[in-house]
Design a protein around this ligand. Structure first.
Ligand code: NDP
Ligand code: 2IT
Length: 445
């Protein structure tokens, strides 16, 4: 047995050599859990910690496909089936050139705890490819998705493993993937979530991650007698999560002032209103253009190659990718008066920057709690598919709202120390207990 966090982490680094994002995700969880585990030694005796950091299964495969010029292209495909103690593996697929095993293992590991927090019976997994959909034609994306699914279909199923979207995988990709699964298996099942409405999708799933992040942030703000009304909000990213976070902030009376993409950020001090947001959705989802074009259209500042964190804001919602806020940027945010950070993205805050937020006792909601609304509504999509019914928008939104409040309550229960809630600790302990108890019940597997 390991006697210190450092001993345990040395083992992780040695056994998972070079996987720095995975090490980072495990370190955060183990730091949060260590004291709790000393007080509950039965988990340590059964080696639950050693087991929970080891994926149950990793599938890696070749994806060959033809581009529009008739040339053969080759990509890597992955599915990390991390933990199925409380339900079938569930989690998104990421298509981005940066995808590697370390990134998918960190995402899969986070997903295990996140899915546990949702209160739904969902295990954790993640997958994807180093394929870059940017600049590809619809035909090329379809060729790639069909080839990817031709292998993946052997490993997934509505009671086994249910993928969904993530960076680079939206409605278009889910459509192509579903079509190929159905063709190969000759069955119409809820094997993927994030489907379009007229073939098994759920209302509110596109909105769910962004809305859920804002609902979670709102719960955090309420603990200090605050709300979004009149608040200035910095958002990064301009994809699925960022767009619907902005939409919900507007509905709650807040003012989003920034968005970004991998090329740079826009700063619109007048606020990104409904009309401007509709433009962003068209620009990003239909034209697949760059956020720079927003600055040209609305005559505001564009910061080439920069992140948005130097702005004056009350709330920050990092919603692009991992490690997109460093310690220096965290200090700037705090010094500029930011009182709340809720992570729409997975692990967007570097460890030193998390320390800055915690030391300054601002409201800091880690991704596995704050962005769990997406996978939660995926879970609701699975329920609707199983029952072969479709709930109304209000019904799904109400359930999402209740789930986000419940996650907030779990964070408070396990993370409260005096007046201050450490949401990182709360989320990690709250997420852990349910899975660990299920693993104990199910024996040494
Ligand atoms: P999208 O692909 O819709 O959008 C991603 C956005 O982030 C784009 O604006 C993209 O810019 C930007 N981005 C991607 N990679 C980088 C990078 N390396 N540096 C800077 N910007 C980058 O993805 P989502 O909105 O779905 O995902 C955003 C985040 O939210 C991810 O961390 C994802 O894991 C997380 N998340 C998503 C959920 C979902 O349901 N979709 C659920 C929970 C979490 P560009 O256009 O240049 O690529
Ligand atoms: O990170 C995430 O939670 C997601 N990308 C959504 C996963 C899902 O199965 O809906």
């Amino acid at each position: 047995m390991y006697s210190t966090v450092d001993d345990f982490m040395n083992m992780i680094v040695e056994k998972n050599s070079g996987e720095k994002e995975f090490h980072q995700a495990v370190q955060e969880v183990v730091d949060s859990l260590w004291d709790f585990l000393q007080d509950h030694p039965h988990y340590m005796h059964a080696k639950v910690l050693e087991r929970i950091v080891e994926p149950e299964r990793i599938i890696m495969f070749r994806v060959s496909w033809r581009n529009d010029r008739g040339e053969v292209e080759v990509n890597k495909g992955y599915r990390v089936e991390f933990n199925s103690a409380i339900g079938p593996y569930k989690g998104g697929l990421r298509f981005h050139p940066s995808v590697n095993l370390s990134i998918l293992k960190f995402l899969g590991f986070e997903q295990v705890f996140k899915n546990s927090l949702t209160t739904l019976p969902l295990g954790g997994g993640k997958g994807g490819s180093d394929f870059d959909p940017k600049g590809k034609s619809d035909n090329e994306v379809m060729n790639f998705c069909q080839s990817f699914m031709t292998e993946l279909q052997r490993h997934i199923g509505p009671n086994t493993d249910i993928p969904a979207g993530d960076i680079g995988v939206g409605a278009r990709e889910i459509g192509f993937l579903f079509g190929q699964y159905k063709r190969l298996r000759n069955e119409f099942t809820g094997v993927l979530t994030g489907k379009a409405l007229n073939w098994g999708g759920s209302l509110i799933r596109p909105e769910a991650t962004g809305y859920g992040t804002v609902y979670f942030a709102n719960e955090m703000l309420k603990t200090r007698g605050e709300s979004f009304d009149g608040k200035t909000v910095a958002i990064s990213g301009s994809g699925n999560v960022a767009q619907f976070a902005a939409e919900k902030i507007l509905q709650l009376g807040g003012k989003p002032v920034t968005l970004s993409d991998s090329s740079g950020s826009i700063y619109d001090p007048n606020g990104i209103d409904e009309e401007k947001l509709a433009y962003v959705m068209e620009l990003k989802n239909v034209k697949r253009g760059r956020i720079k074009e927003y600055a040209e259209k609305y005559d505001c500042e564009y910061w080439d190659g920069e992140r948005p964190w130097k702005v004056q804001c009350d709330v920050a919602l990092p919603s692009a990718t991992q490690n997109e806020i460093n310690a220096e940027e965290a200090k700037i945010l705090v010094n500029n008066g930011c009182i709340c950070v809720a992570e729409g993205a997975n692990m967007p805050t570097e460890p030193d920057a998390v320390d800055v937020f915690l030391e300054n006792k601002i409201l800091y909601g880690p991704g596995k709690a704050a962005n769990a609304g997406g996978v939660a509504v995926s879970g609701l999509e699975m329920s609707q598919n199983s029952m072969r019914i479709q709930w109304t928008r209000e019904e799904v939104d109400q359930r999402l709202h209740t789930i986000m409040k419940d996650i907030h309550a779990q964070c408070e229960k396990y993370g409260k120390n005096g007046d201050f809630v450490n949401y990182v600790k709360g989320a990690n302990i709250g997420g852990f207990i349910k899975i660990a108890d299920a693993m104990l019940d199910q024996g040494v597997v």
